[in-house]
Design a protein around this ligand. Structure first.
Ligand SMILES: *Cc1c(COP(=O)(O)O)cnc(C)c1O
Length: 463
């Protein structure tokens, strides 16, 4: 399979390039030149596959040729063998026709493990084969950092350094990062906010001359295509269990950078009968305003009880817009420039085409807490605040009684005890695996918000 950039500047890239590059050289995002399509018969035959088997089947199409088949299977099997639930991504029924898809049984208790566990192994395979080392550098305000650290800590050829804003992440989030053991793992607490961390990372990527010539930085943030691929799997797996391809299903997805729900869109394009994809946002609602009112404009950042969705713009949305605009890179660039300059909107027929697929709702903190309390009272299921936003959005959008709706539960409630307390419920206990991890010593260094200091440290560490 070949990949091209949404901005039109590169094409003909293979999976390996895309995995190691992240952003395309022209500033665009990589998308496959052509998507595979499964017939109803092919989908039916996938029903009996285990989670890891289905994941291998799908990954083998998108990675074509990058890994020997047996290697790919081994990487995927060992990734999901580390999940604490035998079904990997179990479905729980709430009300009639309303389901929760539990995506929090991985090592860091959030859905990002589905992709990052595999990504770490894929990187390692390529680097060992080529006798190279890379340095993964990232900034996090929460879940990505710990999932990336867990995914890469066993990688012999990868060093990983994650920046977080000092004293501005929760204690659970900090410990999830700083108690990850590994010679190749570094955590830096930057005296500044999340934007400062991101600025430092961006500047380091822009000029990598501080690294020895045989080294490069790699990003594993949400635009990395390999992450999207591994997220397609649970949509198809869940749809098949609820009657697809004979019956359509809908999904409600708590959305920040649009990476998770974009994978759902791809599953639909690949043949899974998906009636609607519900974009569930918190008060950072640029996507909800766009889908409901054709108004794409950046609003000030709000800090909410669902911090993993506190974003200004949704970086992966560009991939969907590119398709919606019939792969016209110039029109896409214009739209994005207008959006950044004040506001953009679509021609009416295109906006309507988007609304054929996507519905949306924005859920504030009060409604998030009310939903956590309501679902606990009515169904005995404790949701984390992100997952509660998905359920609330599904209910607010209403539904066809013949089409089940699957609400993605993206994190374990114990990760966000503050929101559970705000909902008037006792804080949930940390799962055993995390309690054990938190007994390990914390290892991190507090550093100034200073690029020269950071690059000197990284350069010294890479030699
Ligand atoms: C990252 C994250 C999200 C948002 O996912 P996107 O792919 O950025 O839309 C939602 N919930 C949780 C718990 C997350 O960690």
């Amino acid at each position: 399979m070949e990949y091209l950039s949404t901005r039109g500047g590169s094409s003909g890239q293979g999976f390996e390039d895309v995995l190691l590059t992240g952003l395309a050289p022209d500033g665009g995002l990589f998308v496959p030149a052509e998507l595979p399509h499964f017939s109803a018969g092919e989908l039916s035959r996938m029903r009996d596959l285990s989670y890891a088997e289905l994941a291998t089947r799908i990954a083998s199409i998108f990675t074509s040729g990058a890994f020997p088949a047996a290697e790919l299977r081994r990487m995927i099997e060992s990734s999901y063998a580390g999940f604490s639930h035998p079904q990997v991504a179990p479905l729980t029924a709430l009300a009639d026709g309303e389901y929760v898809l539990e995506l929090f049984h991985g090592p860091t208790l959030a859905f990002k493990d589905f992709a990052l566990q595999v990504l770490g192994r894929m990187l390692d395979y390529i680097l060992v084969r080529d006798g190279r080392r890379v340095l993964i550098l990232g900034a996090t305000s929460g879940d990505t950092g710990s999932a990336a650290l867990e995914g890469c800590r066993h990688s012999a050829q990868v060093d990983i350094c994650i920046l977080h804003p000092h004293e501005k992440v929760s204690a659970v989030q900090r410990k999830q990062m700083t108690t990850v053991a590994g010679e190749n793992v570094r955590n830096l607490a930057v005296e500044g906010n999340f934007d400062d961390c991101q600025r430092l990372v961006k500047a380091a990527f822009a000029d990598q001359s501080f690294l020895p010539p045989d080294r490069q930085l790699v990003a594993v943030n949400s635009i990395n295509w390999a992450r999207i691929v591994m997220q397609i799997v649970y949509y198809i797996h869940a749809g098949l269990r609820l009657g697809a391809p004979e019956r359509a299903v809908s999904f409600a997805v708590p959305t920040g950078n649009f990476g998770d729900i974009y994978a759902g869109y791809l599953a639909r394009e690949m043949g899974l009968p998906v009636d609607r994809l519900i974009v569930a946002t918190n008060e950072n609602d640029i996507l909800h305003r766009f889908i409901s009112a054709n108004e794409y404009s950046i609003a000030p950042l709000r800090h909410t009880l669902s911090p993993s969705m506190d974003i200004l713009i949704s970086s992966n949305f560009e991939r969907y817009l590119y398709e919606l605009l019939d792969r016209d890179s110039e029109a896409l660039a214009q739209f994005m420039a207008d959006g950044a300059a004040g506001g953009a909107s679509l021609a009416d027929r295109r906006w309507r085409a988007m609304r054929e697929v996507f519905a949306s709702a924005s859920v504030d903190d009060a409604a998030t807490c009310a939903t956590i309390a309501e679902v606990w009272r009515d169904h005995g299921v404790l949701l984390d605040p992100h997952s509660a936003i998905g359920v609330r959005a599904a209910r607010d959008c209403g539904r066809d009684p013949d089409v089940p709706v699957i609400c993605l539960a993206t994190a374990h409630p114990a990760k966000f005890a503050e929101a559970v307390s705000a909902a008037g419920l006792p804080p949930p206990e940390l799962p055993e695996r995390l309690q054990r991890q938190f007994r390990q010593p914390e290892r991190y260094r507090v550093v100034e918000n200073d690029l020269a200091g950071l690059t000197a440290m990284l350069g010294g560490w890479a030699t």
